[in-house]
Design a protein around this ligand. Structure first.
Ligand code: GLA
Length: 386
């Protein structure tokens, strides 16, 4: 187990609470399980995990403000998930035990305000907050990569949700004022500043459609299988490791042997990787217009090729693009509901949010929650107090 970078999470008598934020993905959707590039940032919602003395009758107890269920386990318990909220932190404990880490007895108490089922990573937020607390309790230091992989495995193997690595990674490793550009094949990353001159004039507005999405039970898994079927054909034909290296030209050469679904899913992923590269240049050169264009193009690709949008989300994007000050807008997160993220001039952001909410209410008779978000710290930076 590597100890090359401290997670800063040692517990002292005065410090037994660990926080992990939510995230919004600016660009790079459905590419994090095929070696692609993603560009998320952490947002100021959080889950906190507070260590308390062990309940007298059980070694490990998990409780939450948000749910009535309290889950108690013995050290030797290896029972499967029970489909409740506590599967997320219990999955984290199981992954630690698999690595030979046995934390001393504890009660772990959660509070949280990350909107659920909204595509803002409430699950990863719980997992990473749990991991930070339990690693500190066991006096173990892991790198950001190791924490993210541990939490992703908990979700894949214990919860049974086929997610990629993006959410756990950014929730762990984000820093304030920056988006995180992550290569999901190599887990290399860079923090790209969002506060240089031209971007200081812009904010990201997240709009919650209220249509709930689920990575565990929705069409996410089906899309992923269709994508992977296409990826397998391209990899064999062109000796690629994954779609992260594929080109549209190579895809077109395979068009005759791919199902229409696989062709579309792969086209989304290959073009999306290019949009993230374009976004990186836009952030580096301070060009919000280009970032906005890439975001909107990403939405069209999700709608037409990945086919993971819904009517309410398409309406929000189309309406956003008609409002003053909006440079780009797209579905964010796992899809099939959840949120849009729009790049908006700061001076227009308030009016933008109000007008979008009014239009949504009128069209769907539903309340739209909007959040004007600044990029905030991930769990490691929060634990280090930087
Ligand atoms: C969910 C998953 C992520 C990622 C996104 C889509 O948020 O948890 O791993 O696949 O969907 O980009």
């Amino acid at each position: 187990m590597s100890k090359k970078q401290s997670n800063g999470a040692s517990v002292s008598a005065s410090r037994a609470t660990f926080a992990a934020p939510g995230r919004v993905n600016l660009l790079g959707e459905h590419v994090d399980y095929t070696g692609g590039l993603v560009l998320p940032m952490a947002i100021p919602f959080a889950t906190t995990a507070e260590l308390r003395p062990a309940a007298s009758t059980a070694d490990y107890t998990f409780a939450s403000d948000n749910y009535p269920e309290i889950r108690s386990l013995s050290r030797s318990d290896r029972s499967p998930g029970n489909g409740s909220w506590s599967d997320y932190p219990v999955g984290v404990l199981r992954e630690m035990q698999r690595l030979g880490i046995e934390p001393p007895p504890f009660t772990l108490y959660f509070h949280g305000n990350v909107p659920q089922g909204a595509g803002l990573s409430s699950s990863a937020s719980v997992e990473v907050a749990a991991a930070m607390a339990l690693l500190a309790w066991a006096d173990i230091t892991l790198t950001p990569e190791e924490i993210a992989i541990l939490c992703q495995r908990a979700e894949n193997l214990y919860v049974g949700s086929p997610c990629g690595i993006m959410d756990q990674f950014v929730v762990t490793a984000a820093i304030r004022g920056h988006a995180l550009l992550l290569n999901t094949r190599y887990l290399t990353y860079e923090h790209l500043p969002l506060d240089q001159d031209t971007f200081a004039d812009c904010v990201f507005v997240v709009s919650n459609s209220g249509v709930r999405h689920s990575v565990a039970t929705g069409d996410y898994g089906l899309r992923r299988r269709q994508l992977e079927a296409g990826q397998a054909i391209l990899c064999e034909r062109f000796h690629l490791r994954d779609l992260g290296d594929a080109s549209l030209d190579q895809l077109n050469q395979c068009a005759g042997v791919l199902s229409l679904e696989s062709l579309r899913r792969c086209r989304h992923v290959i073009s999306e990787n290019q949009r993230v590269r374009d976004a990186r240049s836009a952030l580096r050169t301070g060009d919000p217009e280009s970032l906005g264009l890439a975001m909107t193009a990403s939405h069209i690709s999700q709608r037409e090729d990945f086919q993971c949008s819904v009517e309410e989300i398409d309406f929000l994007v189309e309406m956003a693009l008609r409002l003053d000050g909006c440079l780009g807008s797209r579905l964010t997160g796992g899809g099939f509901g959840g949120c849009t993220v729009s790049l908006v001039r700061t001076s227009s952001a308030k009016a933008f949010s109000q007008q979008l909410a009014q239009a949504y209410q009128k069209r769907f008779q539903r309340r739209l929650e909007t959040y004007i978000c600044a990029a905030c710290d991930g769990a490691l930076a929060l634990a280090q107090g930087v």
